[in-house]
Write a protein that binds this ligand. Structure first.
Ligand code: PMP
Length: 448
């Protein structure tokens, strides 16, 4: 595309961004009641005001969705979202009948699709059927639930563990039910949406501290701790947007000094960091008990779907009996529990997978840095962003990569600030060194 075309596209995208900002503000503004709407709209307009309040088409969310789609059209991006993969997606995948190198999933250790994991899942279907059919409390457990929970508790060196049907729902229901009004939830500014949703549900006061900045957290608590009853600090073991990690020992020290609970979301660090994949505690040499709530997902290295909590007997006892997302939701499908148990066993028996993943991640990071690409603060473990600095560039690079048979996810405004727009690369232990070098070579050309 010529320079003028490029400039016109940028202007159009900027105008749409401003519209998006306005709509997002509207969506967050306090709602007006029907009475207020009618008072503002006398006569026949009152009817349309009434109609507007019972139509999805007039909801600000729908305007947001349409604007985002329009932005994609203006940026001339084929939507990278909801692409249909025609088989197991790992280091490679098939889309539209064509093979692609794939950097857009969390199958970090190549265990989703592993023949032995598949066999265990199939055997579980034969034994238990495809569903747990109701809540475990009322409809009963399946042996495989207990086996998975025991294995997770052992892996985390914790008293006990509990599995839930979704990782997102785990954070929402656990944070939402353990804390309440009068409490404080402080989280890293880049914490996952599920943490924010849980905090909102709890009714506790929610504050954030700048990314990975334990000193800022310390100052915040020095100022505000005395105003609250219980305090929960939430961090992640590996941040999926930037690929960096927290200084866990410092967070442990801060939480102790301020009499707070510490929760670590290990969605992206379990099986990824630490010599044998035991996550951030192994990487930082922190005893398991220094963290009060270990949270993780079954959907990434563990090749299944669901979430879990590991911790003390008391914590798991409370959640097993009182967390609404456990109590009032169906038990994890036995076939998924069996898949994750098999994946955990493979991870423990084959630590070479973790080592290989670290090598591949560091290779990607080193080669990208040498090519002059901006990889932000990535530590080179499975997640490496390539910051393009504009949504337009991220879109163009994603398209160019796709044409070269490489699938990578662009991240646009408003998911990140415009100047932090990027491509995000998720690296798996099953990526070949040559595949990584080829991808970085294409990026290097695009950056020139
Ligand atoms: N926590 C973090 C940090 C995540 O990145 C995600 C999703 N990628 C979740 C929780 C939710 O997990 P799930 O997708 O398994 O529901």
């Amino acid at each position: 595309m010529d320079l003028t075309g490029n400039f016109r596209q940028q202007l159009a995208a900027k105008a749409l961004q401003r519209q998006l900002e306005r709509v997002s503000e509207q969506a967050q503004a306090p709602a007006r009641s029907l009475g207020q709407e009618l008072a503002q709209a006398p006569g026949s307009a009152a009817y349309s005001a009434r109609d507007a309040l019972c139509s999805f088409e007039t909801m600000p969310g729908y305007t947001q969705v349409k604007l985002l789609r329009e932005m994609g059209d203006k940026l001339r991006v084929d939507s990278p979202f909801f692409r249909v993969h025609e088989g197991t997606a790992g280091a490679t995948t098939q889309i539209g009948g064509k093979p692609y190198l794939n950097f857009a999933n969390y199958n970090y250790l190549g265990l989703a699709g592993d023949a032995r994991v598949n066999d265990r899942a199939k055997a579980a279907i034969d034994q238990y059927g495809t569903s747990a059919s109701a809540s475990r409390m009322v409809a009963g457990e399946r042996t495989v639930h207990g086996e998975l929970e025991n294995a997770l508790a052992r892996f985390y060196d914790a008293d006990d563990a509990l599995v839930f049907v979704s990782g997102h729902a785990t954070n929402v229901t656990v944070i939402g039910s353990l804390f309440g009004p009068g409490d404080l939830i402080v989280h890293d500014a880049l914490a996952h949406n599920s943490v924010l949703q849980g905090a909102q549900l709890s009714g506790a006061k929610r504050l954030s501290f700048p990314h990975n900045d334990w000193r800022a957290l310390d100052e915040l608590l020095a100022r505000a701790r005395h105003e609250f009853r219980r305090v929960l600090i939430v961090v992640e073991g590996l941040y999926s947007m930037d690929g960096d990690i927290p200084d866990l020992p410092q967070f442990v020290e801060v939480k102790r000094r301020h009499a707070a609970f510490l929760m670590v979301d290990e969605a992206h660090s379990l099986g990824v960091i630490g010599e044998t994949g035991k996550g951030i505690r192994e990487h930082c040499n922190v005893p398991s008990r220094d963290v009060d709530i270990w949270m993780g997902t079954l959907s990434k290295t563990l090749a299944g779907c669901g979430g879990f909590i590991a911790g003390s007997y008391a914590l798991i006892d409370i959640l097993r009996h009182l967390a609404p997302g456990f109590l009032y939701s169906v038990g994890l499908a036995p076939t998924l529990a069996a898949a994750s148990l098999a994946a955990l066993e493979r991870l423990i028996a084959e630590p070479w997978r973790v080592k290989l993943l670290a090598e591949r991640g560091h290779q990607f990071l080193d080669e990208a840095r040498n090519a002059g690409l901006n990889t932000g603060s990535s530590a080179g473990f499975a997640v490496v962003p390539v910051i393009t600095g504009s949504s337009l560039k991220a879109a163009q690079w994603a398209n160019a990569l796709f044409e070269e048979g490489i699938n990578a996810q662009p991240i646009f405004y408003p998911a990140v600030e415009e100047r932090a727009a990027r491509l995000r690369f998720f690296i798996c232990s099953t990526h070949e060194p040559e595949q990584i070098s080829r991808t970085v070579a294409v990026l290097r050309k695009l950056a020139q």
